[in-house]
Design a protein around this ligand. Structure first.
Ligand code: GTP
Ligand code: MG
Length: 313
């Protein structure tokens, strides 16, 4: 391992927040040294619980996540929040402001907050998130809560790595609630109607129950539907109990093992693909690859033939 990464790791293990932040930046962006760091830490991963929180923008996810983190601090010495912010970390002033407010309101030094940009990660957002979670896990974080906006495929992929996925909706979405249906409802283990202090929470819960009844559960787990107000804190204890109940079920049913095996397979296959492409390109020669790409672009060659020809060399 390069010396800089080694000393960073040593400082991070002692709990130095700046070193932890730097370490996370290296693995998030897959900078030089990233693979070495993850290699060194991997044997110590797999201990942290991972809870995913997703849902439409502005639904109160960050507020709810802060409440959850505060509640779980009675069990875990260290809790981390990893928030995938749709805006850039440099322009996301409002979000950062929110987070500082929340830290003041609910959180103590035992909670580590990390924001990630939602774009620009080599190999995808879900893998970058998983690298961050692994580092936090190895550094002794008992629980990592991952927050993403549940809109795109990539965001859904992010929370799929969680042991328990919470889908947060709000009253008054009306027909818009259909928008969250695709992909997200299928992976939700716990459904939350947040802002239950505002009108329409019963309707929202009923709509969710109806949507659930249409789907065919992949497992025998029946996602409970809870009402919370992250603002005043009501329903948070029940939510914690529901998340814990799912975690207990996931452990005993083999679901947890299956999810973790799925994540491990995806990571190994992704690395294998990267390595194979690199190795093949260097064997074939990048000039030949570029030439084939050019001929595909000008319709002289179809992409299937191009690959056949390149592999034949
Ligand atoms: N009335 C009410 N307002 C809430 C509740 N929870 C959050 N809010 C407010 O809703 C707004 C959005 O809250 P956030 O926690 O930032 O929501 P978010 O889902 O994280 O938002 P994005 O990350 O931007 O998608 C804030 O003004 C919160 O104060 C709640 O339970 N009731
Ligand atoms: Mg948020």
């Amino acid at each position: 391992m390069i010396a800089a990464a080694e000393s960073l790791l040593a400082a991070a293990r002692k709990g130095d927040t700046r070193s932890i932040a730097r370490l996370l930046t290296i693995v998030e962006n897959d900078e030089p040294g990233s693979a070495d760091i993850l290699r060194a830490l991997y044997p110590e991963t797999g201990r942290a619980r991972i809870v995913g929180v997703t849902g439409p923008p502005g639904g109160g996810k960050s507020t709810l996540v802060s409440r959850l983190a505060a509640a779980y601090r009675s069990i875990y010495d260290r809790v981390a929040i990893v928030a995938v912010d749709p805006s850039s970390p440099f322009t996301g002033g409002a979000i950062l402001g929110d987070r500082i407010r929340m830290r003041d309101r609910f959180l103590d030094e035992g909670v580590f907050i990390r924001s990630m940009a939602s774009r620009g990660h080599a190999g995808g957002l879900a893998r970058a998130t998983m690298r961050i979670v692994n580092v936090l896990d190895a550094l002794g974080t008992g629980l990592v809560i991952v927050e993403t906006v549940g809109v795109g495929q990539e965001e859904v992929a992010v929370v799929r790595v969680a042991d328990t996925v919470c889908l947060v909706t709000v009253p008054g979405l009306g027909d818009d609630i259909q928008a969250i249906k695709a992909g997200v409802l299928e992976i939700a283990d716990v459904l939350v109607v947040n802002k239950a202090d505002t009108p329409g929470a019963d309707d929202a819960a009923r709509d969710l129950a109806q949507m659930l009844s249409l789907g065919h559960g992949r497992t025998e787990w029946k996602p409970p539907i809870l009402r919370t107000s992250a603002q005043d804190g009501s329903g948070i204890d029940e939510l914690v109990r529901a998340i814990d109940a799912h975690a207990t079920w996931a452990r005993s049913s083999g679901e947890l093992e299956e999810r973790r095996a799925g994540a491990a397979r995806e990571e190994v296959e992704a690395l294998l693909r990267d390595a194979l492409v690199k190795r093949l390109e260097s064997r074939i020669g990048s000039a030949r690859v570029s030439d084939a790409v050019k001929r595909v672009a000008t319709r002289e060659l179809d992409p299937y033939r191009a690959v056949d020809e390149l592999l034949d060399t």
